[in-house]
Every structure is written in structure tokens, then in C-alpha cells.
Design a protein around this ligand. Structure first.
Ligand code: URA
Length: 248
């Protein structure tokens, strides 16, 4: 169960600032499950409790969870003077009110990376998934510049499983990565890589450390949640509660 202060909920719902909404409590205009609430600090659960203000029952927007197939040439930022952002691709309903203030990304992808990107207003979920302690697996489809033979496949597998040291890039120092899992495909230049961290340009730097180069990168899953392949690049949709649960 997740509860929140009722004055905060009303402020989210557009009744004004937390100071502004006090007048509704003073006038006994706020009811929770039919009971008058005069304490703005009263906690309630928007999934279970019925809240009304001045006789109107609130239809509260619950947390938002969107899955996007991020296209290339878009940046994972709220604003960017130069490039289109992933937020620019959202309909207006996700760029106003509660969503404007709370919608954020769970992890970022580089400008030239495609694939699974999650937008949510659920800060607790985000915190859990991006915490270094969680070791949340993220799987990428990778196309390499140089194809790899059986010897190299063995070498890559061993080095990645042992935890590879990645080179410095931009403002980031050299770093040691946690063990990662590579899966080979029928194409000698295409692999899947699963990593449990989110270091800057991590996948690209891992293949650089192996003497190769990533020429195409697409995230295909986060934990047990797979990208819906019916989503064309740049499109998105709401996630079902079952899909949210697959994120872990
Ligand atoms: N690793 C990268 O190098 N880039 C991404 O966008 C994601 C992971």
C-alpha cells in the first residue's frame, strides 16, 4: 500500500499549492470515504480511497507507465536546444499537469541508441531499478563493425564474464564492469549483451575494450520486460500492470 498526504494529492490534482488547498480543509470540503478531513497531513491511498472536494469525487490519474521504442537522433533529456528529445514525442496529455512535473525516464539511452525506454511517474520504481544495488539486467542487441570468429567469441565470452575494464571516455575515467553475458546469433557481427549496470556509453566502451566497435545498438529488455516489437521506432504506449511487474 502506498499512501500520500492529502494536501499533496490535491495540489497534484490542480487545486493550487499546498498552502492554497488549506482553505478546502478549513471549510470541511474534503472527504475521504465519506468522512470529513480537516487535517491536510492526513494520509490516504489513491488506489483505494475515494476522495471528494466540494462534493466532486476525484478521478485521480494513477502513476503513468509508458514503453517507447526510442528512435535514433533523439536525446534522453527534458529539453535540448539542438536535438529532438524523447519527451517531444509524447502527446500533450503527458506534457502537462501531474505528468509534466513527475514524468521521468528510468535510465537513458544515447542519441544513436534505439529501443526500450520507460517513462514513469513512479519515483519508487525508478529508484529501485537504477540503484546500483539492484543489478537490474538490461539486454542489448549489438551490431559490430568487425565480425567475430569462434576464437574471438570464446575470448569475448570469457573477458565479459570476468568483468572487463573499459577505457576512459569524455569525462569518465577507466572503470571495471561487473560480469556481463554475451549471446551469439547466426550472424557473425550481431550479438546480444546483457549488463547489470548503466555506466556512460557502457556497451560501446565494452566492445572498444575488446578491440571492436558498436555500429548499431538497441535495448531489447529490462529485467523480464521485453520491448514490444510491434512498436515502431518513435512510438509508445501505456504499459499493463503485468508489464510493470515484469520490471521487478
Ligand atoms: N550502452 C551504450 O553504450 N549506450 C547506450 O545507449 C546504452 C548502453
Amino acid at each position: 500500500m502506498s499512501t500520500d498526504r492529502i494536501d499533496k494529492i490535491l495540489a497534484h490534482e490542480g487545486f493550487g499549492t499546498r498552502k492554497d488547498v488549506r482553505k478546502y480543509f478549513r471549510a470541511s470540503k474534503v472527504l475521504v470515504n465519506g468522512q470529513v478531513i480537516t487535517d491536510p497531513g492526513f494520509h490516504c491511498d489513491i488506489d483505494k480511497d475515494e476522495i471528494s472536494v466540494e462534493g466532486e469525487i476525484l478521478n485521480i490519474e494513477k502513476n503513468i507507465y509508458l514503453m517507447m521504442n526510442k528512435p535514433q537522433n533523439t536525446v534522453c533529456a527534458n529539453k535540448d536546444g539542438l536535438h529532438q528529445t524523447v519527451f517531444d514525442l509524447l502527446e500533450e496529455q503527458y506534457r502537462i499537469g501531474f505528468a509534466l512535473e513527475n514524468l521521468h525516464l528510468i535510465g537513458r539511452l544515447d542519441i544513436d541508441t534505439e529501443g526500450l525506454l520507460i517513462f514513469t511517474t513512479d519515483g519508487k520504481l525508478t529508484h529501485r531499478l537504477i540503484s546500483p544495488k539492484t543489478n537490474c539486467p538490461k539486454k542489448y542487441f549489438v551490431r559490430l563493425e568487425n565480425s567475430i570468429d569462434e576464437n574471438l567469441k570464446n575470448e569475448y565470452e570469457k573477458k565479459l564474464a570476468a568483468g572487463i575494464r573499459i577505457p576512459a571516455e569524455d569525462n569518465e575515467d577507466e572503470a571495471d564492469c561487473l560480469p556481463a553475458k554475451i549471446e551469439f546469433t547466426s550472424s557473425d557481427d550481431e550479438v546480444y549483451l546483457t549488463i547489470v549496470e548503466g555506466k556512460y556509453h557502457q556497451v560501446k566502451r565494452m566492445f572498444r575494450a575488446l578491440g571492436n566497435k558498436v555500429i548499431f545498438l538497441k535495448r531489447v529488455s529490462i529485467n523480464e520486460l521485453k520491448l514490444d516489437e510491434n512498436l515502431s521506432a518513435g512510438s509508445y504506449r501505456k504499459m499493463s500492470p503485468e508489464e510493470v511487474a515484469l520490471l521487478g
